[in-house]
Design a protein around this ligand. Structure first.
Ligand code: BGC
Length: 770
């Protein structure tokens, strides 16, 4: 049976009309959340794995289509379908798409667990003839992703689908993938995560070939607990640019992650090519060098009739799109960029009197959106897009302000625990596609830091139960790799991308990697003790408390000089030592002063990399230097958070100086313009400018402690904690703070005013001055 390309246009139309909705995860016909509850009952699979029964085009590796025509003789009372694939799948019944999730079944370590989705399709079946079609693309399973990985999990695409129908007379019927299905090709041609996709509107779905049964087994299959990737905001081009090189470029005004839907007529077989880029170069030309080997190209072959085209099994990180193949002038209305990301509930809002800070906040949020698709990634555009553990760790606390990431990060942590090595070492990236390479300080500590963050923010005790063995195994790895309690046997990334002096004046901010490692060894041990305390593991509390003392002692012996300086006289060294309480009480004030002096030596600039940055302003605030924290936050020359904002950034950059003041690029090799790590400052902004702080796990007790500074005259922020909305709204009136606070039911709050006055309040809205 032939299914015309029209259905793809229909999908696009349907889904575009659902634009900008923060649709909740169970919306449309996905049974996603219910499925989690069904988890206990393992699904009885009657369906068999199927693959194509014909020789495929091994060069193009186009999407494969599987189809089953069947008849419902009676009225359907209810129907659900379970689907998964080796590869990515999209299913339709008749001409309607099943569910609103993209890039399904998502990305887990397929060698260890593969999720299946369950959808309610009751309303999609009709009495009489029905047709179920599933297209399967290469995705992570065997497509090109990461550092040019090919066929990483296997060579053959495969499908498993089981439709369970209950009729109104109570009779049940199961239609599962089996030898009776047919397969063939359709509009989606070559497709890969890194390189993009070809969609040929002139190719119909033709499933007339036999399938082959694959003995793939069911043992890796688990019910879906992911937060689905769905469509969100849409953008129209704000400008059509003809570059100096004569290229036609659309500017969507926002660096986003997703793809461009084109409403194209043209002539039959005309080919529109879309190339994706984050930035233009100094001369204003389209710039793709930082994509490295990723071709990031969408190709639409036109039918000649006006219809919508979009890709299915890829995604792009872009603000600019270079268009070729359009005859005549481009009508910007025909192009719509669609943001795709995990359908997390937005939980935070932040606004203040400084427009640059508001832009920074928006950029942080866009960094999160663009890198929270199936897994938290370092970047969404070049030939990488991997689940770098360090990046996720440093950003996790900020992420939890902007969106509800409880389920999202718990889901990823399950893979983290599965991929942990037998010796407790943790891979640099999860899912692990680097053959176990791992064990780096600050990266592997995602195993302790993220579970603890989820416990603190959401009161999620279960995640501590679940992850405890993983947390402990990581600490044990460090302990076993230590000599006299100094952990000095692993290889480390260190304070990644910290300040390098462009003038070679000897001011590089390099922090000794072992010194950093010892701090994280202590921090992870502390978090393990915290978790053991919550879980009441008395022996572990005793053992690791005594170990922690020894770790700190070893640190003090090795890394503090006689005068109380640190071996590495860098901001990151002081920040980590102070944040993790590595120093004796008596040395802390002096160390904080060394930190402040160091910042002044760089003319009030930060020099921290990935590991120091998240804690920098927190440490300054804790030790009485909030003014300096504000100075750093408002600094707008390199290196600083506002420098990229000043340079027109719409997301967070990988490097403090991705684009230099003269418009040239710092490097081509590793220069992402959508890397959320430095966005970790968002946490300080919520906690110190707005003053929304955690009093006890799950915000049962809340601390409201705004500390105005930096010339700000007002701030308005909110955070949806598990008990409901916390809202803070302050303004300065003749130097006096006028503060309104809303506390949700079930929580209490301690309000601390800048003049030192402290008030205890219950739920409700309260006004304070002080
Ligand atoms: C990634 C980083 C990552 C790093 C390891 C890079 O290629 O983009 O964000 O954490 O490698 O240091």
């Amino acid at each position: 049976m032939k299914t015309p390309i029209k259905i793809f246009a229909l999908y696009a139309l349907l889904l575009l009309s659902a634009k900008t909705s923060y649709a909740n995860t169970a919306s449309l016909n996905s049974l996603h959340t219910k499925d989690k509850e069904q988890d206990q009952q393992p699904l009885q699979w009657k369906a068999q794995w199927i693959t194509i029964g014909y020789a495929e085009d091994t060069i193009a590796k186009p999407a494969q289509y599987f189809q089953k025509n069947f008849s419902c003789a009676k009225k359907v009372k209810s129907a659900i379908i379970h689907i998964t694939a080796h590869g990515l799948y999209e299913a339709s019944i008749g001409d309607k798409r099943v569910g609103n999730a993209y890039l399904t079944p998502g990305w887990t370590d397929y060698n260890k667990r593969l999720e299946y989705q369950t959808y309610d399709v009751t309303n999609m079946l009709k009495k009489g003839d029905n047709s179920l079609t599933v297209s399967v693309g290469n995705g992570w399973y065997r497509g090109v992703f990461g550092f040019e990985m090919h066929d990483f999990y296997g060579k053959e695409l495969a499908l498993l689908a089981q439709l369970e129908i209950t009729y109104t007379d109570g009779k049940k019927e199961i239609i599962g993938t089996d030898a009776s299905w047919k397969c063939g090709t359709g509009p989606v041609g070559a497709n890969s995560i890194n390189h993009g996709e070809i969609v040929d509107g002139n190719k119909s779905i033709v499933c007339d070939k036999p399938v082959t049964i694959a003995n793939t087994g069911y043992d890796k299959l688990v019910a879906d607990t992911s937060v689905h990737v769905t469509k969100h905001e849409t953008f129209k081009p704000i400008k059509v640019i003809t570059t100096p090189k004569g290229e036609m470029v659309l500017d969507f005004g926002q660096n986003l992650v997703g793809w461009v839907v084109v409403n194209a007529g043209g002539r039959k077989s005309d080919t529109i090519n879309l190339l994706h880029a984050e930035v233009l170069d100094k001369a204003g030309n389209f710039y793709m060098d930082n994509m490295r080997t990723a071709k990031v190209k969408a190709t639409y072959i036109l039918t000649g009739k006006k219809q919508l085209y979009e890709p299915h099994f890829t995604y792009f990180g872009f603000r600019y799109v270079k268009v070729t193949g359009v005859h005549g002038t481009i009508n910007p209305d025909d192009f719509t960029a669609v943001a795709l990301y995990a359908d997390m509930k937005p939980t935070g809002t932040f606004e203040c009197s400084n427009p640059m800070l508001n832009k920074l906040q928006q950029n942080i949020v866009w960094g999160q959106r663009g890198n929270f698709l199936c897994i938290p990634t370092d970047c969404p555009q070049r030939d990488e897009r991997l689940g770098w553990t360090g990046d996720a760790q440093v950003f996790s606390r900020t992420a939890a302000f902007n969106y509800d990431v409880n389920q999202y990060l718990s889901h990823w942590l399950a893979d983290l625990a599965l991929d942990q090595q037998p010796n407790g070492s943790l891979p640099h990236v999860i899912p692990d596609v680097l053959n176990g390479a791992g064990g780096s300080a600050g990266w592997a500590d995602s195993s302790t830091i993220i579970p603890w963050t989820l416990y603190e923010v959401y009161g999620n005790k279960q995640i501590l139960e679940t992850q405890y063995p993983s947390m402990k195994a990581w600490v044990e790895f460090m302990r076993k790799g230590s000599n006299n309690n100094l952990w000095n046997t692993s290889w480390h990334f260190g304070d990644w991308l910290s300040y390098r002096d462009p003038h070679d004046d000897g001011t590089d901010a390099i922090t000794n990697k072992q010194e950093i490692a010892q701090c994280f060894y202590a921090h992870s041990t502390q978090l393990l003790i915290n978790a053991a305390t919550v879980l009441n593991k008395k022996d572990d509390i005793a053992f690791y408390t005594s170990l922690l003392e020894k770790i700190k002692e070893a640190y003090r012996h090795e890394y503090i000089t006689g005068s109380g300086r640190l071996l590495s006289d860098t901001q990151t060294a002081y920040v980590l030592a102070l944040q993790f309480d590595m120093l004796p009480e008596a040395n802390r004030a002096a160390a904080a002063k060394y930190l402040a002096d160091n910042i002044h030596n760089y003319k009030d600039h930060l020099t921290t990399g990935f590991l120091g940055t998240p804690y920098l302003c927190h440490v300054l605030s804790r030790f009485g230097y909030t003014d300096l924290a504000y100075t750093l936050l408002l600094q707008d020359t390199f290196p600083s958070w506002l420098y990229p904002v000043k340079m027109g950034a719409t997301t967070i950059w990988e490097r403090w100086d991705g684009i230099k003041t003269d418009g040239s690029f710092q490097t081509t090799y590793m220069n992402s313009f959508n890397h959320y790590a430095y966005g970790a400052i968002g946490d300080w902004m919520y906690q110190n400018i707005a003053g929304i702080q955690l009093g006890s796990p799950g915000y049962k007790n809340i601390v409201i402690k705004p500390v105005p500074g930096g010339g700000l005259t007002w701030c308005k922020a909110s955070y949806d904690c598990p008990n409901g909305k916390i809202a803070v709204d302050w303004k300065l009136n003749a130097g006096k703070l006028m503060l309104n606070v809303t506390i949700p039911k079930g929580s209490t709050a301690t309000v601390i005013l800048p003049d030192g006055k402290t008030k205890q309040v219950n739920s409700g809205t309260h006004h304070f001055e002080g």
